[in-house]
Design a binder for this molecule. Structure first.
Ligand SMILES: C[S@@+](CC[C@H](N)C(=O)[O-])C[C@H]1O[C@@H](n2cnc3c(N)ncnc32)[C@H](O)[C@@H]1O
Length: 352
C-alpha cells in the first residue's frame, strides 16, 4: 500500500482507527459493568473508583500497569465527556448514556483498511478482563509472538508515521549516514529507511527473535550490521558502542517499554553514542496533557488513551509518557529539540 496515496492520507485524517479503538474500549467499559458502577457512585475520586473496581468487579489492581489501566479508563470517560471533573472529584454527567460513534460503514472500512492494528487492539481488549483479574500478560517479546508483532507493527498508520520521521531525519543529509536501528523488531524500520535512503544500518535489539523475520523483509540484509543481542541486556544497560559512533539513531514504538527509572539512562546513553551534530528520531505517542498543548487532536487524545490501555496487556509495557516530562528530560541531557509534531508522536532531537 502506498503511504503517500491521497486515499490513505484522507483515511488517516478522518481518524478512523482512533474512533474504532475508542468505540471498542467504550463497549468494553459498558460490558464489564464499569459504566454502571461509576454511574451508581455519586461522586468519586480516582482512588475511590479504583477501590470500587477491586471490590465490585474483583479486579486485582495492585501493580503499576493495572493501576494505570484503571486510570486510563477514567481519563477516557472524562475525555469523551461521560465524566465531569471538579478538582479531584469525578461525576457521571446526568442523563449521559454510553454510545458509540462509528457508522456500520465506517466500522467496516476501519476493520478492512487498518486490519493489523485493529485486530491487535481487539485481541488485547478481549483479554483485558482476564489481565485485570490477575492473569499474566497476553504477548511478550518472545518467539511465540513474532507474528502478532509483525501484523500489528506493519500497519498503515505506523508506516505513514515512520515515513514522516525518515524524511524529517534524513532529508538534506549526505548519503551513507551511519544509522542505528534501535529495537528494530520485525524490520519495518530498516525496510522503510532503505526504501527511502542510501544508508548504512547497524541493527540492535535486546533479543534475536526478530532477526530472521527482519532479514527476510528488508531490501538488502547483507548490508546491515546485525549486533548479537548477547551484547545488550536491554533498557537500563549500556549500548554496545563507542561514544560518537552514529549520525542517526532511529527509535520507533519502543519508548513506552522503557521503565520509568531507566529513561534518563537510556536517552543519555543514546546521546553518548551519537556523533556531534547527530540526530535522534523517536516515534511514539504522548499521554494526553490537560493543557492540550502537545496532544491537541481530540480523536488522537482518545485513541492514545485506548492504545495505552490495550497494549498494557503486553509484557514490559510502561505506557506513554507525558510530553512535558520528555521535553524536560531531553533538554536536561543536552539535546536540542528540533521538532515535535503530530500530537507529540514524532520527535527530532539534535546533539549539538
Ligand atoms: C513494539 S516493538 C517496536 C519495533 C520496531 N521499532 C517497529 O516500530 O516496528 C518494541 C521493541 O522494543 C523492544 N523492547 C521491548 N522491551 C525492551 C527492553 N526491556 N529493552 C530493550 N528493548 C526492548 C522489542 O524487542 C521491540 O523491538
Amino acid at each position: 500500500m502506498n503511504v503517500d496515496s491521497p486515499n490513505i492520507k484522507s483515511l488517516l485524517s478522518q481518524s478512523l482507527t482512533q474512533m474504532f479503538l475508542t468505540d471498542r474500549l467504550i463497549r468494553f467499559i459498558d460490558e464489564e459493568g464499569i459504566s454502571k458502577l461509576l454511574q451508581s457512585m455519586r461522586r468519586f475520586t480516582i482512588e475511590e473508583a479504583i477501590e470500587a473496581f477491586r471490590q465490585k468487579l474483583g479486579y486485582k489492581l495492585q501493580d503499576r500497569v493495572r493501576l494505570r489501566m484503571a486510570k486510563a479508563i477514567i481519563d477516557l470517560l472524562h475525555e469523551c465527556e461521560y465524566l465531569e471533573k471538579n478538582n479531584e472529584f469525578y461525576l457521571w454527567i446526568e442523563g449521559k448514556s454510553i454510545e458509540t460513534k462509528l457508522s456500520t460503514d465506517e466500522f467496516k472500512v476501519a476493520k478492512d483498511t487498518f486490519k493489523g492494528q485493529v485486530d491487535f487492539f481487539e485481541k488485547c481488549i478481549i483479554y483485558a478482563d482476564k489481565f485485570l483479574n490477575g492473569n499474566p500478560p497476553l504477548y511478550s517479546f518472545d518467539s511465540n509472538s513474532t507474528e502478532i508483532w509483525e501484523e500489528f507493527l506493519g500497519n498503515t498508520e505506523f508506516r505513514f508515521a515512520r515515513s514522516v520521521l525518515i524524511n524529517l531525519l534524513f532529508s538534506g543529509r549526505d548519503d551513507n549516514a551511519n544509522v542505528l536501528a534501535l529495537c528494530y523488531g520485525p524490520g519495518f524500520d530498516i525496510l522503510q529507511m532503505q526504501e527511502q535512503y542510501n544508508i548504512k544500518v547497524t541493527a540492535l535489539d535486546f533479543k534475536d527473535i526478530f532477526q530472521s523475520q527482519a532479514s527476510h523483509r528488508i531490501v538488502n540484509p547483507k548490508s546491515v550490521k546485525w549486533i548479537k543481542s548477547e551484547l545488550w541486556k536491554g533498557f537500563g544497560t549500556p549500548l554496545p558502542f563507542n561514544g560518537g559512533t552514529f549520525d542517526i539513531v532511529f527509535f520507533t514504538c519502543a519508548d513506552p517499554y522503557i521503565p520509568e527509572d531507566s529513561r534518563d539512562y537510556v536517552y543519555r546513553d543514546i546521546f553518548r553514542v551519537l556523533k556531534s551534530k547527530g540526530i535522534l528520531g523517536i516515534l511514539t505517542r504522548s499521554y494526553p496533557d490537560v493543557e492540550r498543548k502537545f496532544v491537541k487532536d481530540p480523536f488522537v487524545r482518545r485513541g492514545t488513551l485506548c492504545h495505552d490501555f490495550s497494549e498494557s496487556v503486553c509484557e514490559g509495557w510502561y505506557g506513554f509518557y507525558h510530553a512535558h516530562n520528555s521535553l524536560n528530560l531531553f533538554k536536561a541531557i543536552g539535546y536540542r529539540i528540533d521538532t515535535v509534531m503530530l500530537n507529540a508522536s514524532i520527535w527530532r532531537l539534535d546533539k549539538p
